[in-house]
Design a protein around this ligand. Structure first.
Ligand SMILES: C[S@@+](CC[C@H](N)C(=O)[O-])C[C@H]1O[C@@H](n2cnc3c(N)ncnc32)[C@H](O)[C@@H]1O
Length: 541
């Protein structure tokens, strides 16, 4: 292994550091070399299983650059430290800014023993470099699981109760957390049970626990997938986060590749800086975006924090507007006073899961017990058409005592795709299932890749169905969802908490759409621009 930092006794210099084989311009380069040495003997397949995707140098330095603390006494944490590049980036910053007499304590957690020698080597390099600046630096490597280390377990007469030990607090927390799913009954999930919904991912637990470990003036910088910003799975963690911390800086990597391209991981990633200060209603968030990890085509914009960290009732979201138009659209949509529920509608998911219902599925209407089965490919424009088939998919479902709960009464519905492909122009594609077109059937089947909007206590009219469908198919709603999440799914929860205009406006849009939807020139954007008086520059892009 290499020796640490150049040992020219007569004339100590900080940069470059030299080792037996290399010269390093800074500590991040030094740590990156440790990563390379480690990766040479640990193939990517094994690293992925351990959630080991190391941060590239430029990103590590960018992240360290986001801290704002001016304190002299600083306690730093990296909860899943790998080879220590993130801590090295913070130390580089102290050195570049020529800080003197800092009193630094660094705690790092790393539960993979094979990476520990590389981590130790980086931390030693940091210590030596900082000591040369008359800064004291002590570090401690915790060779255990970050979550479990903070979980206190009390067992008493067959009962096991979990609580959290939050006694050690940190001023700066920096992390590229591991990414892997945990079992719902794992000790980690039990320790954070009140924040779990569905199958948890360790990265969100790292975020949550780190947030809880911040000192009163603490700051955290994380690089994570964008997935925690919306959707049901992270809803409880997000609610805690949005209501407890101030999110004052976000950076979005707009490509789906490249950030961790060396390790072939395709994720939309973001970096955030949050503080333990209570969120202020008039706070601002700086949002930046780049299209690769070199930060080329870097753009930034300051936006009201309330447009980013946003709650409607109990549902909280983190939205990322990346243009003035996005921001205007968010503000227009937020100003709409209604929601599906307040207007008396509900959204549900198509009950027919094809592989579970396979014995009830039929190629055609074989007998009088069969009814049409509708799939995503049956959505054509703003209408549902059952005539076309696709790839031999079943066109019908047979009703029998076992399958009778899988079908719906034939009524008007708004049907929408739960998934769209990346090539598709819009994230939401909704259409009207007109009961008149299926009047010979008492029931109808909706496959599970569809969501459908129905009325709670009465029947949905065609004006209502066309109004909701046309609105959901507009460019404004598409752009709104792009700011809300980075994937191609728009799930029922997202639609449920979407703000909607007043009922009479939805009806007016519906009437227009109903009259004109077969006209090739009919355009949902024109319809809402006319009814809601929204400037043309916003309704199309
Ligand atoms: C995504 S890597 C990031 C490493 C490093 N911080 C960086 O930015 O390059 C996450 C690290 O956390 C470690 N890790 C995984 N699960 C952990 C846990 N439960 N507690 C502590 N460390 C963990 C992995 O071994 C891995 O080194």
């Amino acid at each position: 292994m290499t020796s640490i930092i150049s040992k020219n006794q007569n004339k100590p210099t900080l940069y470059p550091y030299s080792t037996e084989n290399n010269i390093f311009q800074n500590l991040v380069e030094y740590a990156n070399n440790q990563t390379k040495l480690y990766c040479e003997v640990n193939p990517v397949s094994g690293r992925k299983l351990k959630g080991q995707i190391f941060t590239p140098p430029k990103i590590a330095s960018f992240m360290a650059g986001l801290f704002t603390s001016q304190n002299n006494k600083i306690k730093i944490l990296d909860p899943g430290a790998g080879t220590g590049i993130l801590v090295a980036a913070i130390c580089d910053r102290f050195i570049q800014e020529n800080h003197r007499n800092l009193d630094i304590t660094i705690h790092v957690y790393e539960n993979d023993k094979t990476v520990l020698p590389f981590l130790q080597s980086t931390l030693e390099a940091c210590k030596t470099a900082l000591n040369k600046l008359d800064c004291s630096m002590d570090y401690q490597i915790f060779e255990n699981d970050f979550i479990l280390h903070h979980a206190k377990v009390d067992t008493d007469e067959g009962w096991t109760a979990y609580s959290l030990d939050l006694s050690t607090r940190y001023d700066l927390i920096i992390s590229n957390p591991p990414y892997y799913k945990l079992n719902k009954s794992s000790p980690e999930a039990l320790a954070l049970q009140q924040y779990v919904y569905g199958q948890p991912n360790i990265y969100a637990f790292f975020m949550l626990l780190s947030g809880m470990l911040l000192s009163q003036t603490g700051e955290m910088v994380f690089i994570t997938p964008r997935s925690f910003c919306s959707g049901l799975y992270y809803s409880k963690i997000r609610r805690w986060f949005v209501n407890t911390l101030t999110l004052d800086r976000l950076h979005l990597f707009e490509t789906r590749k490249d950030v961790f391209v060396d390790d072939e991981i395709l994720q939309e990633n973001l970096i955030f800086h949050a503080t333990s200060a209570q969120p202020k209603p008039d706070g601002k968030t700086l949002i930046s975006v780049s299209y690769d990890r070199q930060f080329t085509q870097y753009q930034e914009m300051i936006v009201p924090s309330k447009d980013v960290a946003y709650c409607r009732g109990d549902d909280c979201y983190i939205r990322i507007p990346i243009s003035k138009t996005d921001l205007e659209i968010i503000e227009i949509v937020d100003s709409w006073p209604q929601s599906l529920n307040s207007l008396g509608f509900e959204i549900s998911t198509g009950p027919v899961v094809d592989f579970r219902a396979v014995k009830h599925l039929r190629a055609t209407l074989e007998n009088s017990n069969c009814v049409p089965l509708l799939w995503m490919h049956n959505i054509k424009g703003i209408d549902v058409e059952w005539s076309g088939g696709k790839n031999g998919k079943a066109k019908a479902i047979e009703i029998n005592p076992e399958s009778k709960n899988l079908v719906l009464p034939t009524r008007n519905y708004v049907v929408m795709k739960r998934f769209t492909s990346k090539e598709q122009k819009k994230r939401v594609h909704a259409a009207v299932l007109n009961a008149d077109n299926f009047s010979e059937f008492e029931f109808i089947g909706l496959e599970n890749h569809l969501n459908y909007v129905h009325k709670n206590r009465s029947l949905m009219t065609l004006d209502e169905a066309y109004g909701i469908s046309a609105l959901l198919n507009t460019t404004i709603i598409d752009q709104y969802f792009r700011a809300l999440n980075g994937n191609t799914q728009v799930n029922a929860t997202d639609i449920r908490s979407l703000s909607l205009p007043d009922y009479d406006k939805i009806l007016a849009i519906g009437k227009l759409a109903r009259k004109k939807h077969l006209d090739p020139d009919f355009d949902c954007d024109d319809a809402i621009s006319k009814v809601l008086k929204i400037g043309k520059h916003l309704v199309k892009n």
